[in-house]
Design a protein around this ligand. Structure first.
Ligand code: ADP
Length: 446
């Protein structure tokens, strides 16, 4: 990209990181964001510091005076300026593509509809236990562009990748790729589920030689796709016996390769709770094995890692009722797994900004495990119309109100679970904010 004119669309963290990296490599960078300067935090100051020209407030024709465009992952690929860029034949790259161009370290890339952050973090923990210089980056908070050049051949980059990032790759080639699962999500940003799924599949697009694709044998769509992949594939399954890959034999995690089977540890010793997290643990173990990490280090990390904030996070127990924060459950499938993770009856707090998927798949589990649903946010009506009758539904205006109702209604021995199935932007800045507010309300209960 040296001496090329590159426009970065979107000046949030990843966009800024890509712009800085490109500028450091002698590209002529321009950055454009439709948000007004007043909403851009310190972006303008940073751009001044890096000597990168910018426009904030709207994308003008100036953004298209370039050789190529880099699209920040938070910006939808169907906005007018990008449509126009396509019409003009401009190449469009994602931020991970840019970072990849400058990264010497092998990349372990993890995608899927749910479990990315958990699996990425856990995989990073395994490499750290093994003494490998590890960079955990991507969707998880630290842009790949910020670490790409810090990582050398001997280190490893464990990268959480979203469908948005994969949509605009060109040469991005992970040494190990992981596809955890597929379920409807982000239908507000894709014109169809198929389009979303196809973006995820691109994770293997440039893999070749001894690269490995690790996939979930228990997910029908993922399994079908794996059948079409030409590089080495390694399945994991918590439900089926496998001839290669990672599975659960008599309650033990076993990794099979050729005639050799390594029993790693009892599945019950995995530190993160729930069936879905066992799948995540199997995926992490395989990813580490693919990079030649010893069993001892894998075992230690699987035991000691207790999860990431806002994912089925235990908050407190009060009057025999346990409170859990699963604010990151921003789609229906994540809630499905959350509802499976408890033997106790659940008072569920759900709702927020609807993302287009149906809530109806939750009906059987709600009927079985949920005592009451407390609905918040814009999606309340839709959820009630799709789940009403499978459990009692009540409405709450605020999180505080929802928590108070939950406290009043939850019987001793039950669980109060915030697992919204929606994004948070109707009431909160983001899911972290929603989770923190929930925890404060819960901690404030007398
Ligand atoms: P992502 O980064 O893909 O959003 P997270 O690890 O942040 O995934 O988890 C998001 C939500 O999905 C949480 O509610 C979590 O409990 C749930 N979850 C985690 N792993 C899985 C999985 N393998 N299948 C389904 N749900 C999962």
């Amino acid at each position: 990209m040296r001496n090329k004119k590159i426009t970065v669309i979107g000046a949030a963290r990843s966009g800024i990181a890509a712009a800085r990296l490109l500028r450091a490599h002698a590209a002529h960078v321009f950055i454009s964001d439709e948000k007004p300067l007043s909403a851009m935090g310190n972006a303008a100051a940073l751009m001044d510091e890096y000597e990168i020209p910018y426009e904030f407030g709207k994308h003008t024709g100036k953004a298209l005076e370039c050789d190529a465009i880099v699209l920040s992952p938070g910006v939808p690929g169907n906005i007018p300026i990008i449509k126009l860029a396509r019409e003009k034949g401009k190449k469009i790259y994602s931020e991970i593509e840019v970072a990849y161009q400058y990264c010497k370290a092998p990349v372990v890339a993890i995608t899927g509809s749910n479990g990315k952050t958990t699996t990425t973090t856990l995989t990073g923990e395994i490499f750290k236990k093994a003494g490998v210089k590890t960079f955990v980056a991507g969707n998880i908070g630290v842009p790949f562009s910020d670490v790409a050049e810090l990582a050398d051949e001997k280190s490893v980059v464990v990268l959480e990748v979203s469908s948005f990032q994969l949509e605009h790759i060109d040469e991005f080639r992970p040494k190990v790729s992981v596809l955890l699962n597929l379920s409807p999500d982000h239908l507000d940003r894709y014109s169809s589920y198929e389009e979303y799924v196809q973006a995820k599949f691109r994770i293997v697009e440039n893999q070749r030689g001894r690269d490995v694709f690790i996939y979930n044998e228990d997910d029908a769509a993922v399994k079908d796709f794996a059948g079409t992949v030409t590089i080495k594939t390694q399945p994991f399954s918590r439900l089926q016996k496998l001839r290669s890959g990672a599975w659960v034999r008599d309650g033990n995690i076993a990794v099979v390769s050729g005639r050799k089977e390594d029993v790693l540890m009892p599945a019950s010793e995995v530190g993160i709770p729930g069936a879905h997290n066992l799948s995540n643990a199997l995926a992490s173990a395989l990813a580490a094995k693919a990079m030649d990490v010893d069993n001892t280090h894998i075992r230690e990390a699987l035991r000691s890692f207790t999860g990431v904030e806002h994912r089925l996070e235990f908050v407190r127990e009060l009057n025999g009722v346990k409170y859990f924060n699963d604010s990151k459950a921003t789609n229906v499938d994540a809630v499905w797994y959350a509802l499976q993770s408890f033997s106790e009856k659940i008072v569920l707090i759900a709702g927020g900004k609807d993302k287009g998927a149906s809530y109806a798949p939750l009906r059987p589990l709600v009927e079985k495990n949920v005592a009451e649903i407390i609905l918040i946010g814009e999606a309340a009506e839709k959820i009630e119309s799709e789940l009403g009758g499978s459990a009692a539904c009540v409405r709450a205006d605020t999180m505080q109100h929802a928590v108070e109702i939950a406290r009043a209604h939850a019987a001793p021995g039950s669980v109060v679970l915030l697992s919204p199935a929606c994004s948070s932007f109707d009431m909160f800045n983001n899911y972290e904010h929603r989770g923190r507010v929930f925890k404060e309300c819960v901690k404030g209960l007398q």
